[in-house]
Design a binder for this molecule. Structure first.
Ligand code: FAD
Length: 469
């Protein structure tokens, strides 16, 4: 029996190992060259990192996952298919049951391969939510996770003087990592404020380890003399050819900029993030139900499509610990069911307990951290909203105010916002905010841009690199 696990981050690794431990043959498919996903992103060996653990938390857990993966690969139970960018997954039609996973290979992504399996486990994680503001397309403005990825994966700093801004629990570790690696972090600008935390004090207090983690980051930031600016936002990024400063301002209780509080901070890097969204494209292609922003799963991490499991941030954003717990449960459930056995929830009681606690905490985090309610008012008419198709805010406003668009799809048809290379992954939240409509999953047929030649050949017998010989 073969299980295709798509994604080798914490969720995918935990799932692949749990299934392989129980004798299931696993094909672990990931677009990255190294396992680890976002949280455990590793630099290429050629960079010769002397102390890669210095950039990581929970290194012991990573070593356990890495060593277990290596043992299963060595034993032939897991085929780890790196640099496989999955663009589509489908249930096989006709007499053969199971699934076909279509991938583009290597950095060029021009060649294709297919992976066949009896079941699929989606562990594709999430991506960062990006909201525009004047100057956000200047070189030197990066996403918070992007800055972290440059550091962990490339061992490079995005610049010398950084401002970290936006909202969400990722900002503190990013600011600490940048400062630890030698950047001068001028400020951490967070739109959530003390009152937002106070409202959830009881739930937060029920998670002392998380509070201690947050306090640890705060202490590190103070040690590095990073100015903390809660209940503030970035109003504008400045620079001619690249970033040289940002203007930040305090927010009033309604989430509007408080007039007269604007301040200019010189910097060559702005690492900005407004939270994360689950990757759901492959799940949608397979016909799985989506609830809210993520893939809907039951207590065993099964989707409503038989033979398809989902774990980690593809089901909802919640951090690495939640991804590990969900991955473990999904891998064990898949292993049992592929052998035709009814799994016993007692097998994963400890992971289920961690999952419940982590989901509770994630819900609170979600309620605390939010972009300023009136962020869209900061956009000038010439601020780009969709950078792929270079659509400015004025065009979106015209589509809404004068042409009567009330949803993102109409705005797309009228302005081309969301029609470019990223297919709206970057601008969907901004278009929804400007249009005043709900942010919905986009139902993209393919998870990646696909060369026409690959599409034309799809269905012909492509090589299956993980197939046991
Ligand atoms: C850019 C970025 C940086 C982050 N940095 C941190 C951090 O430093 N600290 C922290 O606490 N949290 C960080 N996070 C949050 C982090 O996502 C989670 O804490 C955790 O990594 C989630 O684990 P996961 O296994 O669910 O997903 P991920 O770790 O995101 O793993 C998903 C895996 O799926 C693969 N994948 C996705 N789509 C496809 C596809 N179509 N084909 C093939 N492979 C695919 C990806 O390459 C990735 O390896 C970051 C998130 C992002 C987006």
């Amino acid at each position: 029996m073969t299980l295709a696990v798509i994604g080798a981050g914490p969720a995918g690794l935990a799932a692949a190992i749990a299934a392989a431990d129980r004798g299931i043959r696993v094909r672990l498919v990931d677009s990255a060259a190294q396992p680890g996903g976002q949280f455990y992103r590793q630099p290429p060996e050629a960079l010769g990192a002397r102390r890669p653990e210095a950039l990581h938390h929970q290194w012991r857990t990573w070593r356990r996952l890495r060593d277990a993966l290596a043992r299963h690969v060595e034993a032939g139970r897991i085929a780890h298919l790196t640099e496989h960018h999955v663009w589509f997954a489908e249930r096989q039609l006709g007499p053969s049951s199971g699934f076909t996973v279509h991938a583009l290979l290597g950095p060029e992504q021009e060649e294709a391969a297919t992976v066949r399996a009896d079941a699929v486990l989606l562990a594709t994680g999430g991506y960062e939510k990006v909201l525009p503001f004047p100057g956000w397309t200047l070189p030197g403005v990066v996403t918070a996770g992007g800055a972290q990825a440059m550091l962990k994966g490339g061992l490079v700093l995005p610049g010398r003087t950084a401002v970290v801004a936006g909202t969400g629990p990722l900002l503190m570790p990013v600011a600490v990592s940048l400062a630890d690696a030698g950047a001068d972090v001028a400020a951490l600008v967070e739109s959530a404020g003390p009152k937002d935390f106070a409202r959830h004090a009881a739930t937060l207090a029920a998670h002392p380890a998380k509070l201690a983690e947050g306090a640890g980051y705060a202490a590190e930031l103070l040690r590095h003399h990073v100015e903390l600016l809660p209940h503030h936002t970035v109003v504008e990024a400045h620079g001619k050819d690249r970033l040289d400063a940002v203007t930040v301002a305090a927010l009033d209780p309604e989430g509007r900029v408080r007039a007269g509080t604007e301040r200019r901070i010189p910097c060559d890097t702005l690492a900005v993030g407004h939270g994360m969204l689950p990757h759901t494209d492959l799940a949608e292609a397979l016909g799985c139900r989506i609830v809210g922003p993520g893939v809907a799963v039951d207590a065993e991490q099964r989707t409503d499509v038989p033979g398809v499991w989902a774990a980690g941030e593809t089901t909802g954003i919640g951090g690495a610990a939640l991804s590990l717990a969900e991955g473990h449960i999904a891998g064990r459930s898949a292993a049992a069911r592929l052998r035709g056995r009814e799994p016993d929830p007692r097998w994963w009681a400890a992971a289920a307990k961690s999952r419940t606690r982590a989901r509770q905490f994630a819900a609170t985090v979600d309620a605390v951290y939010a972009p300023p309610a009136h962020w869209a008012e900061l956009l000038r008419d010439d601020t780009l909203v969709c950078r792929c198709e270079e659509v400015p805010a004025s065009a979106v406003r015209e589509a809404v105010d004068e042409l009567g668009a009330t949803d993102a799809r109409s705005v797309k048809l009228l302005t081309r916002a969301g029609m470019g290379w990223c297919q709206g992954r970057m601008c969907a939240a901004a278009v929804a905010g400007l249009t005043g409509c709900e942010e919905r999953s986009a139902r993209r047929p393919f998870a990646r841009p696909v060369p026409l030649g690959v599409l034309a050949r799809a269905g012909e017998d492509e090589p299956d690199p993980g197939r046991p010989r």
